[in-house]
Design a protein around this ligand. Structure first.
Ligand code: API
Length: 277
């Protein structure tokens, strides 16, 4: 069968976006892995599926699969591309709409200068919400990594995040330490691992080793988690500019149970069609 798709990215975090409202298809995890391959397939960090809503007050269902084929709860850069996609494909006449995800509802809004504003929901920090193995919620946790004590913060944006504060993101051991924390037994569902350099109360630099995809050029939920943890520790103040390797996001969060608001770009690269085996 032939599958129509659009290749998109949010700050270099790249996606294959598929409209399953106008066409029917089922993609197995082995097919997703093959399509994600940057040599034998299309190549992407995540696959995003646009589906009809299942809940009454939602406009769409937004499903996210990592390059390893695993379905996950949320993807912030993907949410901005999702919003751009459904407008470009005329799947909605609205410029603000709600989508359901495994991690909870998101409200997406495309403003006049084509930047996309996403209500990402409220960050959560309790160990059960992450999930993270600890007997209480605290701004900084300590894990043992092969005899080395490591301090980190944890947060959920629907998906699990660990956040380490570093002096220099360019020197951070993302490729070596990232996977070891991601797969640490303290994270029963693994974790996305952010390395955050604080430049001022309103500006950070961030690199993220993502669960299921490795280091990406940007991670939207990772930026939300890093800012939430920094604000909670009194090191950051809203709004915060987050400089990622692929570009910049603006995050606003007054704290508490209020939603984190993420604003940034979403780009379309090309349309394609692929024969599914
Ligand atoms: N790797 C993430 C999903 C994609 C998140 C990221 N691409 C974003 O923009 O939030 C996870 O396994 O939870």
């Amino acid at each position: 069968m032939l599958l129509n798709f659009t290749k998109m990215h949010g700050l270099g975090n790249d996606f294959m976006v598929v409209d399953l409202i106008s066409q029917r298809a089922h993609l197995r995890d082995d097919q997703i892995r093959q399509l994600a391959d940057r040599h034998f397939g299309i190549g992407f960090d995540q696959l995003l599926l646009v589906e009809p809503p299942r809940q009454p007050d939602m406009d769409f269902r937004y499903r996210i699969f990592n390059a390893d084929g695993g379905e996950v709860e949320n993807c912030g850069n993907g949410a901005r591309c999702f919003a751009r996609f459904v407008i470009d494909q005329r799947l909605t006449h609205k410029r603000e709409f709600k989508v359901e995800t495994l991690g909870g509802p998101l409200t997406l809004k495309v403003d006049e200068d084509d930047r996309v504003r996403v209500d990402m929901g409220a960050p959560r920090f309790g160990p059960a919400a992450i999930p993270f193995v600890a007997d209480r919620d605290q701004p900084l946790h300590r894990i043992d990594l092969d005899g080395q004590a490591l301090e980190l913060s944890v947060a959920s944006m629907g998906n699990p995040h660990a956040v380490l504060q570093v002096d220099d993101v360019d020197m951070a051991p993302v490729e070596t330490l990232g996977p070891r924390i991601q797969q640490h037994p303290s994270f029963p569902r693994q974790a996305n691992v952010g390395f955050m350099q604080i430049d001022s109360p309103h500006a950070i630099r961030l690199r993220v080793f993502e669960r299921g995809s490795g280091e990406t050029l940007a991670c939207g939920t990772g930026a939300c988690a890093a800012v939430a943890c920094g604000i909670r520790r009194g090191l950051l103040q809203s709004p915060v500019e987050v400089e990622l390797r692929g570009g910049r996001l603006t995050l606003e969060w007054p704290g508490g149970e209020t939603p984190m608001i993420m604003t940034g770009p979403a780009e379309r690269v090309f349309e394609g069609r692929i024969a599914l085996s």
